[in-house]
Design a protein around this ligand. Structure first.
Ligand code: PSV
Ligand code: MN
Length: 406
């Protein structure tokens, strides 16, 4: 280690009052799941720009995801979306993942792309459609059994565009009925993560519009039901950190979908526009990780960190690398928060000192720290550079254009 780097570490330990080896260990443990749909072609409702080299099937999506993991060491699992990733033999998909050093992560049912679901899936006024939608949820529980996945992430496009279009209270009851049927089918190891979204594709009301509704369903269902916070799904001005702290304290924060609220959905790179928000989310998580209550610590250690982005104009693999590195960087900065210093200042009522103690960690340059951690792990010090200088992008051009959508 160079003198300069060593000096920097001493500075971190002294100035931030944190134990460097603990920080490094935590950085080595961080895992961020990437989504299979982030490797396929995607776009806006205006245009899908087809890319050369996009995977043609779920197996190739896993191969691309393995490249992200290879250079970052951060992404050992891949979420799949059914039926986008439907295969005849999920055992085979699982083995393929394992042969690449990966595992299949969360299973995402898709209840938004069939004509039947135009007026809702599990909340449709037509009982036959509700049944069909619930059967798809059960199918996804079976897929999770075959892939060895712990989590099933639920997002519903259900909602209405106009007053009177649907009966809001009945739809609420139908939602619960369907979730209950699925909950009953979970094995004891499984969890259902309930995602909420304030708007889109329905714009008058969304059946699970916010964290409180998701939380209420989770409470009614039982401890295996948890809330999934997608950072893009809030109304402007929402304090996501507050939601995070609240849900952890209730032991119901199951996971994240990271992306940017600028799109309100899956397509812009997390941390590209508001890295401080990401840092503050980790501040709340790390504060809870230090709680003396074991149940709170367990909640924190079971949080699933997932990227939910399907880049429209960027090159797919580098955009995914950028995304996970942004998460890693803000996590590293948050690890440098001196929680005792913050607490002391808050206790004295010194607002500025408390805020300063939080912000100082954000302003710290963690690049040398991350490079050192990667070197200790046998990873490239600069993952993006390592990928761009590999010949993988060239190799996959043989796939041509017109790969899988999402
Ligand atoms: C919906 O906006 C969402 O965030 C859900 O997580 C979906 O599963 C995902 O995007 C992919 O469309
Ligand atoms: Mn999402």
């Amino acid at each position: 280690m160079s003198d300069k780097a060593y000096q920097l570490f001493e500075e971190i330990q002294q100035a931030r009052g944190v134990q460097l080896d603990v920080v490094k260990e935590k950085l080595k443990q961080l895992q961020i799941e990437t989504p299979s749909w982030g490797y396929g072609d995607s776009g806006t409702r205006f245009k899908v720009f087809q890319k050369t080299g996009v995977p043609r099937n779920p197996f190739e999506k896993l191969e691309d995801a393995a490249q992200v993991h290879k250079v970052t060491g951060l992404c050992s699992s891949v979420a799949i979306h059914i039926p986008w990733d439907k295969v005849d033999d999920y055992g085979q998909l699982r083995s393929h993942a394992e042969s690449l050093g990966l595992k299949i992560g969360a299973i995402n049912p898709n209840l938004f792309q069939e004509d039947d679901y135009m007026l809702g899936s599990v909340t449709n006024a037509d009982a036959a459609i509700r049944k069909k939608a619930t059967e798809h949820l059960l199918e996804c529980v079976d897929v999770a059994k075959e892939t060895g996945s712990r989590d099933i992430s639920l997002w519903f496009a259900d909602g209405t565009n106009y007053p009177g279009q649907g009966h809001i209270r009945k739809r609420k009851q139908w939602m619960l009925e369907s979730l209950q049927t699925m909950y009953n089918a979970l094995t004891p190891q499984m969890r259902m993560l309930i995602e909420y979204k304030a708007f889109e594709p329905a714009f008058y009301h969304t059946d699970i519009a916010d964290w409180g509704m998701a939380f209420n369903y989770a409470l009614k269902l039982g401890p295996q039901a948890q809330v999934l916070v997608d950072t893009g799904h809030h109304l402007p001005g929402a304090n996501i950190e507050h939601i995070v702290a609240y849900l952890i304290d209730e032991q119901r924060l199951g996971g994240f979908h990271f992306n940017s609220y600028k799109y309100a959905d899956d397509d812009l790179i997390v941390g590209a526009i508001n890295p401080y928000e990401l840092f503050l989310i980790f501040y709340q998580i790390l504060d809870a990780a230090g709680d003396s209550d074991q149940a709170i610590q367990d909640t924190v250690s079971n949080i699933a960190y997932m990227i939910d982005q399907s880049h429209n104009i960027e090159q797919k693999i580098p955009a995914m690398i950028r995304s996970v590195l942004n998460v890693q960087t803000q996590y590293a900065k948050a690890l440098l928060i001196n929680h005792a210093e913050v607490a002391e200042a808050a206790e004295r009522g010194d607002v500025l000192a408390a805020e300063d103690a939080v912000r100082q960690a954000f302003e710290f340059d963690v690049t040398p720290l991350l490079r050192a951690v990667r070197e200790e792990q046998g990873l490239p010090a600069d993952p993006m550079k390592a990928y761009l200088s590999s010949d993988y992008a060239q190799q996959i051009t043989a796939r041509g254009k017109g790969g899988a959508s999402w």
